[in-house]
Design a binder for this molecule. Structure first.
Ligand SMILES: [Zn+2]
Length: 450
């Protein structure tokens, strides 16, 4: 490779060792054992509802669940419609002032989000105790900390809703149940998930992409980046479809976090702000159906640190995770999922081996070809070790595409992603033993780096 034909900007990426910008996939496994036992279809009354169970009058617990279900519906409707009076009306007089303020703020944001669904479900997990300090201060008839979930879907990318926990405390006073607080109760392992709409005003963009509607949302301080991603999405989704095929939704939901706190909340993990983007999804059903809760979340530093080249490749990388998620198991080795996504992310970019794998090329020049595939722990190790892991993983798929073609590459990915250990995949798809495969890959890398 000659330095004169480097794409502009790429040099800077390599010099800043952008590979420290790990692009990782995190699976947020959400408990899905949410069972609604009493839902009411009719308009709620002023706060009470009758439960009919055969001829018997409802038990106290049944009546309480029915009343709080009505309360949850009123709460969701008030927030979703931005009805501040209705929202204040569902607040207990002793509700935490910070909670009330936060709810009023989100009620100014939520109506601008294209929700297909936005509601609260009462779970049937055992209730957790209300901390005595909270209960004593309320001085109410009853106080309750039921299991509650926010159930929501974004119009376009969310074919089905996803659910996230709410650490809710409600109180009964004067015959009415109302909201008290949703603060985390870490001593009881209860926490409230916060969505982008809980972190201030939002810019929301819906854009037609290959097979549906994609949505990008971020805060006003990231408006330019939101517009940038919105402009990139149609071609990124078309590129992923061109590579992966039609066997995915062909749309995406992108969140842009403005702070480390929001990034952690939206990813359900605690990624370094050196991480450019994370793709999350709910647990994958075994039937190959589309996973729920798939989101690509960009970190707070992405807007300032990604270049036009890396915005494009990271977006395609993450959307490849989205496309492949239903065919990727929780046990898939990272070199398989990351290498495949990187191959897709760089596909057609025109960048050369030494541009995309500079650390690997330097190591090969000094010490000869690689003899082992990257291990899972290498990817999160940071520094050169991570760089070599990502670059090596990419190079495995670049080698397979070069030597066997992309159709075989796709078959190999599916075999590798579903089989563990992976040795049989090399044999069944390529007719090569593992050692033979690694050796051929090493020779290819040495030639590319030479
Ligand atoms: Zn990735």
């Amino acid at each position: 490779m000659s330095t004169s034909n480097r794409p502009s900007g790429l040099h800077v990426i390599l010099r800043s060792s952008w590979r420290r910008w790990l692009v990782v996939v995190v699976v947020v496994v959400v408990a899905v054992s949410v069972v609604l036992i009493h839902r009411f279809d009719g308009p709620p009354t002023a706060g009470t509802a009758e439960v009919t169970v055969g001829q018997d009058p409802p038990t106290y617990d049944q009546q309480r669940r029915a009343d709080v279900t009505v309360l949850l519906d009123q709460w969701a409707r008030a927030v979703r419609s931005g009805d501040l009076d209705a929202l204040r009306d569902v607040m207990d007089p002793q509700a935490d002032p910070g909670f009330v303020e936060a709810q009023l703020r989100r009620a100014a944001v939520v109506p601008g989000v294209p929700f297909a669904e936005f509601g609260y479900d009462l779970g049937d997990e055992p209730e957790t105790p209300v901390p005595p300090s909270i209960a004593a201060a309320l001085d109410s008839t009853d106080v309750w900390a039921p299991a509650v979930y926010l159930r929501y879907a974004i119009t376009g990318p969310d074919a089905s809703p996803t659910r996230r926990p709410v650490s809710l405390v409600v109180a009964e006073r004067d015959g009415r149940w109302r909201l008290v607080d949703d603060a985390d109760l870490t001593e009881y392992r209860r926490q409230t998930w916060r969505g982008p709409w809980d972190f201030g005003p939002l810019t929301v963009r819906s854009v037609a992409t290959a097979a549906g509607t994609s949505v990008v949302m971020g805060h006003p301080d990231r408006d330019a980046f939101v517009e940038n991603l919105t402009a990139e999405l149609p071609s990124a989704i078309a590129a992923v479809t061109d590579f992966w095929g039609d066997d995915w939704a062909g749309d995406g939901l992108i969140f842009v976090a403005s702070s480390a706190e929001e990034f952690a909340e939206l990813t359900g993990s605690d990624p370094s702000t050196d991480v450019a983007a994370v793709t999350v999804s709910d647990a994958v059903a075994a039937d190959g159906s589309r996973p729920t809760g798939q989101r690509v979340v960009f970190g707070p530093d992405a807007a300032s640190r990604l270049t036009p080249f890396t915005v494009r490749s990271v977006l395609r990388h993450e959307l490849t995770h989205v496309a492949a998620r239903a065919r990727t198991s929780d046990g898939t080795e990272l070199w398989v999922s990351e290498g495949f996504a990187d191959y897709s992310g760089y596909r057609g970019s025109g960048a050369e081996f030494a541009q995309l794998a500079p650390t690997l090329a330097a190591i090969v020049a000094a010490g000869g070809p690689p003899t082992v595939l990257p291990k899972n722990e290498d990817f999160g190790a940071g520094g050169a070790r991570s760089s070599v892991a990502y670059e090596s993983a990419w190079s495995v798929f670049a080698f397979v595409a070069d030597r066997f073609g992309e159709s075989t590459l796709r078959s190999l990915y599916e075999a590798l992603a579903s089989e563990s250990p992976t040795d049989s995949a090399f044999e069944s798809v390529l007719g090569l033993g593992r050692a033979q495969f690694v050796s051929s890959w090493g020779d290819w890398v040495a030639r590319q780096a030479g």
